[in-house]
Design a binder for this molecule. Structure first.
Ligand code: BES
Ligand code: ZN
Ligand code: ZN
Length: 490
């Protein structure tokens, strides 16, 4: 964990001093920098470019910010992440990066992005390495005026960054290690630490609750399932604008079941609980961020295996809301566990629901690896989420839920089947989920199959789990307004 402090002078113990530099002819350039050396090394002050040069008292990390008039919060976050990566051998550093940021950018936002970006850039996952070399950064001394607003902005940024790292750790832990039992235990520890209410249903309780989707997916596994419900409420005297349900797919491993995946296809399938990890990530920072809204997270947890009594293609499952589903492909399992979770979430009649799921390869085909598909039944709620994504630098793209495609899910033996036709798989998956959302409850679905996991290190993301969704959801909760619901006669 990195501690952020402020101060007017560089402390003697700082091993490195980071300064921000803009590109362009008229950009201000600190005198102490040797520009010949810098340009000789190809430094052009591009956003996120970092070069370490010698300085009078200690080495200087020169951090590129790009053209001054193009600096955004995303640029600062990214530059901060690159700085944390480049300074990985230093324990204490002093940072004057924001001196080069124009006044048009809100100081608190900039400080938040700095702390968030550095926390994200310093992230490494080494639980299974015998010689792990974690980032050593412990203390960041931000040079400039202090005060409550400044420390609060830094602390919020750090907390959001830590929440993303918490989600990443969960995603990066292999499926054989992060079993549903362990996943739920980690959720319990987090809830206790953060003072949140939590309930964890075990196999018997899940049977009692008649969650046929979760039970059906779990049937081929030796690992028992869990169903986690974790809640936050604002302080009694604080503003409360309503309630939001967060639902996350928690497949600790997806082999495909009897409709088995290929070897390559399942290599990254420990990431299939990324939606659930994002929900727990949000909950891990929610008391610190303190949004003006009640929030309940629902995470169904199981793996999808092919034991001797695994669900067979053709089997019919009864979801918690009583609807029946013919399972024609056991690899379309995420929607089955989400069907139960959405049904349960609706019972509390929240003002809005959003689910996150690594749901379809089709969404990756449509949008590539960096953006999530966003769909739902309420434009106002979808707008709020899209705006939050824009503000936090997470990328989403709207997809439709065409009513007439629903017929693709017709089954001759049950209320519906769990797969649609050959094309538009992200949309039919979304339409399937819509069957489990009560009429009149604003609902949005984020298919995060693309951005949940990456094999490249870029900007603020490291290889592996990205923690996608945590930042945009925290922002959406802070800015939440109950979405208008069209009445039937509108
Ligand atoms: N977990 C997968 C989706 C996925 C694929 C996530 C790639 C991340 C990366 C999901 O359970 C799945 O297998 N979906 C099927 C649905 C199909 C059988 C209708 C798919 O996309 O092929
Ligand atoms: Zn699957
Ligand atoms: Zn899956």
């Amino acid at each position: 964990m990195i501690a952020f402090r402020t101060g007017r002078k560089i402390p003697a113990s700082a091993e490195l001093h980071a300064v921000g530099v803009c590109s362009g002819g008229d950009a201000e350039r600190p005198d102490e920098l040797d520009w010949e050396v810098l340009s000789g090394r190809g430094f052009e002050a591009k956003p996120g470019q970092v070069e370490i040069v010698s300085g009078p008292d200690r080495p200087i990390a020169v951090v590129g910010l790009g053209p001054a008039d193009k600096i955004t919060i995303a640029v600062i976050r990214r530059a901060a992440a690159s700085l944390a990566r480049s300074a990985k051998r230093a324990k204490r550093i002093a940072v004057s990066v924001l001196d080069a940021v124009p006044d048009s950018i809100d100081r608190s936002d900039a400080l938040g992005a700095l702390a968030e970006g550095m926390t994200l850039g310093a992230y490494t996952y080494g639980d299974f390495k015998s010689e792990h070399k974690p980032n050593k950064l412990e203390n960041v001394h931000v040079i400039g005026p202090g005060g409550r607003a400044v420390s609060e902005a830094l602390e919020q940024g750090r907390r959001v960054g830590e929440a993303v790292c918490f989600a990443r750790d969960l995603v990066n832990e292999p499926g054989g290690s992060l079993t549903p039992t362990r996943f739920a235990e980690i959720a319990e520890e987090m809830a206790e630490r953060e003072g949140l209410e939590i309930s964890v249903l075990d196999l018997d309780a899940i049977r009692e609750a008649e969650m046929g989707g979760l039970l059906g997916v779990n049937r081929g596994s030796d690992q028992p399932p869990r169903f986690v419900e974790v809640s936050y409420a604002p302080d009694a005297e604080a503003e409360c604008r309503g309630s939001v349900a967060l639902v996350g797919k928690g497949l600790t491993f997806d082999s495909g079941g009897l409709s088995i995946k290929t070897g390559t296809g399942m290599m990254t399938m420990k990431c299939d609980m990324s939606g659930g990890a994002a929900v727990l990530g949000v909950m891990s920072a929610i008391a610190a961020v303190a949004p003006p809204v009640k929030v309940t997270g629902y995470v169904p947890m199981t793996d999808n295996m092919l034991g001797g009594d695994a669900t067979r293609p053709g089997d019919v499952l009864t979801i918690a809301n009583g609807k029946t589903v013919e399972v024609l492909n056991t690899d379309a399992e995420g929607r089955l566990v989400l069907a139960d979770a959405l049904s349960v979430a609706c019972r509390a009649e929240p003002d809005a629901i959003v689910d996150l799921a690594t749901l379809t390869g089709a969404c990756m085909v449509a949008l590539g690896p960096k953006m999530a598909g966003l769909m739902g039944n309420n434009e106002g709620w979808i707008d709020q989420l899209a705006d939050a994504a824009e503000r936090t630098g997470e990328r989403v793209w709207r997809l439709p839920l065409p009513d007439d495609y629903k017929a693709q899910l017709d089954s001759s033996v049950a209320d519906m089947k769990n797969i649609g036709g050959a094309h538009g798989g992200a949309l039919t998956a979304g339409l399937f989920l819509s069957n489990f959302v009560e009429e009149g409850i604003p609902w949005a679905h984020l298919d995060i199959a693309g951005p949940a996991f990456t094999d490249s290190e870029e900007g603020e993301t490291a290889k592996g789990g990205t923690g996608f969704g945590v930042r945009m959801l925290l922002d959406a909760l802070v800015n939440f307004e109950p979405p208008a619901v069209a009445s039937e006669d509108d």
